[in-house]
Design a protein around this ligand. Structure first.
Ligand SMILES: Nc1ncnc2c1ncn2[C@@H]1O[C@H](COP(=O)(O)OP(=O)(O)OP(=O)(O)O)[C@@H](O)[C@H]1O
Length: 259
């Protein structure tokens, strides 16, 4: 098992944001975690990535308990994430944004770079090729030399995913990747996530948007009021009475808010 939570619980004072959630992610799958507004998705995400610490229960990654491990150590173990807010180097080119993410794994050393040794040149070429290969996955290769913040919103979010992939993570966690995208952008997102899976990556997708999740996930967990209310393949989730109830309840809330 790549990632596993056992009875994970997080309390904020009197409020239990996540309540005894057990879930697992298998290698090579695309797993979805969904739930209506305030269900506890962000809190789950923070517990998995180490940003917040559990009140009870545990998180295991690659067979090791990581419940109390600092966030940067978890990242070094191979858990990569994207952020809800775009965090690119906006004034740099698209390809330089990818290259920066590739450097920590590269063999470049200061001396090699000063002396411009053959090893340095070979490694620079390897990074350039790898960066193009990643851009190609998302159809961004023709925009490699554009300034990153000149890209449309959806493509900036794709670039964020590419940067996370560049670190060659064992697990990629995408936090609401479809948020703020228009219909065409989120359709392309679905295609790109499928491409990532074909390339052998394991993805945990945390989303509010049911459509994106239903299109790409192998399995789905649904939480509501901090508790797991359903798990299964998309067809099971789509027709699950508790899921329908949770999302319909949300629509009712929205109606009430709008009237
Ligand atoms: N730091 C915090 N202190 C107190 N309460 C919190 C904190 N973080 C989250 N909560 C509460 O925990 C519950 C779950 O919130 P969370 O943000 O995890 O839900 P969510 O599913 O991500 O919601 P959304 O889709 O609206 O972002 C909510 O009632 C929220 O108000």
């Amino acid at each position: 098992m790549l990632l596993e939570t056992r009875n994970l619980t997080k309390r904020f004072g009197g409020l239990t944001a996540v309540n005894g959630v057990s879930m697992h992610v298998r290698e090579g799958e695309i797993l979805g975690l969904i739930g209506p507004n305030g269900a506890g998705k962000t809190t789950m995400f923070n517990l998995l990535t180490g940003v917040q610490k559990a009140s009870e229960g545990s998180v295991h990654f690659l067979g090791k308990e990581i419940t109390r491990i600092p966030v940067h150590s978890i990242a070094l173990m191979g858990m990569a994430r994207t952020f809800q807010n775009i965090k690119l180097f906006g004034s740099l080119s698209v390809i330089d944004n990818v290259k920066i993410a590739l450097y920590p794994k590269s063999q470049l050393r200061m001396l090699n770079s000063i002396l411009k040794t053959p090893k340095y040149r070979a490694e620079t070429k390897r990074i350039e090729d790898k960066a193009y290969e990643l851009l190609l996955l998302f159809g961004l290769e023709s925009k490699a030399n554009y300034q990153a913040d000149s890209l449309p919103y959806g493509e900036q979010r794709y670039l964020e995913i590419i940067r996370a992939l560049a670190t060659e993570p064992k697990l990629l966690i995408l936090d609401e990747p479809g948020a703020g995208m228009n219909g065409a952008e989120s359709d392309r997102l679905v295609e790109h996530i499928r491409t990532i899976r074909k390339a052998g990556h394991t993805v945990l997708l945390i989303e509010h948007d049911m459509n994106v999740i239903m299109e790409v996930c192998d399995r789905i967990y649904v939480i509501d009021f901090g508790e797991k209310i359903a798990e299964g393949v998309p067809s099971e989730i789509r027709t699950h009475p508790k899921v329908i109830q949770a999302y319909l309840g949300e629509e009712d809330d929205d109606d009430a808010g709008n009237s």
